[in-house]
Design a protein around this ligand. Structure first.
Ligand SMILES: Cc1cc2nc3c(=O)[nH]c(=O)nc-3n(C[C@H](O)[C@H](O)[C@H](O)COP(=O)(O)OP(=O)(O)OC[C@H]3O[C@@H](n4cnc5c(N)ncnc54)[C@H](O)[C@@H]3O)c2cc1C
Length: 455
């Protein structure tokens, strides 16, 4: 039997023999599946013979226009609070709402949780700690940090005043654990494409998946898509912004750089920052300022960035001493920083940060450990659309003026607004009111009970 290997040895083997391993597996697969040589060890059955998709309503071309006919949509599920998007904000929203007593459903377009934090490989948690030991992001975000601390190889730099760095796989694992513990109903691989709206009232959302176009009905909906997909579909007003779109990558074997050989040679560019995995760095990328909602732009960014990263790695490897450095992976998810921002009942402003404005409806405190350690209170109204009802925004798409965008979108601040949206959604359900009318003192009390810091 093979001797057990540690994570480091495993990563090293993947780096040096990943291709060979892949070929060997492919060979075994095809041999097992060849009916001429032996019966397959795989299992496969026919689910339906000669199936034709039922209830199709394919668009047709009428007078040169593509027209989609009206059709009834099947209801996949009914819930109290529907959270769309399983990134930092959505995970906190779902757990907080469930802990506050609501029946909660979380829907995510990809196959994993974490959003840009994991799929985008944004591993550095800026803003978790401000002013030395004073930490403004508490609650579920801090609970995640504490739990990551207990996992081997999951987080580094958990010291006061230092921004911690996580391992994306550890975060994905932890999020599954926490969502399951909380008892949140989950649908992955479901892309939110529309809102169900009666008048001004949001009643649920429409999703596309391999199961077709289906609906989840809800008493209220939290838009944690980052891009404000649901708030836009529901008719809420928003500001559309361009921002830098990059692609993060991880590179390995940095602990095998031959510093004697590298002496005198020009140090390669873009070597990134350390991660919990020894010898592996994550490499951030600014990228150009573009519209992150334009599918042609997104396509170009994916292709250009991947070419750039690969070619840059070839340059690095041709530098004396750096021959063993390799590209571990490019992030599966493009680094879209900012697109739609809600026009809310209230807005996070730089003036309020400078004046240290306090709000009676503060649902949390935002912070940044970058630069001069800023902090600001976040009023509940920044999550509430001006007109549309039963909908809240959470995360990077909350109502924030342009100058505050780069602070508001930091991961811990998304934890904070996510948790607050979840609690408010649950309170609205329990009290049978609209989310804009929730008893904010009750929301704040529950948030405190959930160990959130409100300033
Ligand atoms: C390149 C880059 C570098 C960054 N660096 C840092 C840093 O160093 N430190 C830091 O703190 N922050 C950093 N950030 C910012 C931070 O990563 C994000 O702002 C934060 O992850 C936003 O969290 P969120 O939950 O609001 O949205 P996201 O992380 O975008 O999560 C949204 C989730 O919703 C899902 N979703 C989207 N649309 C739909 C839909 N229609 N239907 C269903 N699901 C949907 C997505 O798949 C995703 O899981 C960086 C961002 C980028 C892009």
């Amino acid at each position: 039997m093979d001797k057990p290997i540690n994570r480091r040895q495993w990563l090293t083997r993947m780096g040096t023999s990943g291709v060979a391993g892949g070929l060997a597996l492919a060979g075994a697969d095809s041999a097992a599946a060849n009916p001429l040589t032996k019966p397959s060890s795989f299992q496969s059955s026919i689910i339906a013979e000669s199936e034709v998709m039922a209830n199709r309503a394919s668009p047709s071309i009428v007078d040169g226009k593509v027209i989609q006919p009206a059709r009834e949509l099947s209801v996949l599920h009914e819930t109290d609070v529907l959270v769309v998007g399983g990134g930092p904000a959505g995970i906190c929203a779902a757990i907080a709402a469930k802990r506050a007593g609501a029946d909660v459903t979380l829907v995510e377009r990809y196959g994993h949780f974490g959003g840009l934090w994991t799929g985008g490989l944004v591993l550095l948690i800026i803003g978790h700690i401000v002013e030395g030991k004073k930490q403004v992001c508490q609650g579920i975000g801090e609970e995640m940090m504490r739990r990551l601390d207990k996992l081997d190889g999951a987080i580094v730099d958990r010291r006061a005043g230092v921004a911690p760095t996580v391992d994306a796989e550890a975060v994905k694992y932890l999020m599954v654990e926490m969502i399951e513990e909380a008892g949140v109903k989950v649908f992955l691989h479901c892309w939110g494409v529309d809102a169900v709206v009666n008048g001004n009232d949001v009643k649920g959302a429409v999703f596309e998946s391999k199961s077709g176009r289906q609906v989840v009905l809800a008493k209220n909906v939290i838009d944690a898509t980052g891009d404000g997909d649901l708030l836009a579909a529901a008719g809420a007003e928003y500001q559309r912004r361009s921002h830098n779109v990059g692609l993060v990558s991880r590179i390995g074997n940095l602990d095998r750089v031959d510093h004697k050989r590298a002496k005198g040679a020009r140090k390669p560019k873009h070597l990134g920052r350390h991660t919990p995995v020894p010898g592996v760095n994550w490499v951030n990328m600014h990228g150009p300022e573009v519209d992150g909602l334009d599918v042609e732009v997104l396509t170009r960014m994916e292709m250009n960035h991947r070419k750039f990263i690969w070619r840059n790695m070839q340059k690095t490897r041709s530098t004396p001493g750096y021959e063993k450095v390799y590209l571990v992976e490019t992030a599966p998810q493009l680094g879209v920083r900012m697109t739609r921002v809600l026009k809310g009942v209230k807005t996070v402003t730089l003036d309020d940060l400078r004046k240290k404005t306090t709000f009676p409806d503060s649902i949390g405190v935002g912070g940044s450990s970058a630069g001069d350690h800023q902090q600001w209170q976040i009023p509940y109204g920044t999550l509430v659309p001006e007109k549309v009802d039963n909908l809240l925004a959470a995360g990077r798409c909350i109502s924030a003026e342009m100058r505050m965008g780069d602070l508001v979108r930091l991961i811990p601040n998304c934890f904070v607004t996510g948790q607050a949206a979840g609690v408010a959604g649950a309170v609205a359900v329990n009290d049978g009111c609209r989310v804009r009318d929730v008893d904010i003192d009750k929301v704040r009390k529950i948030l405190r009970r959930q160990e959130a810091y409100l300033g």
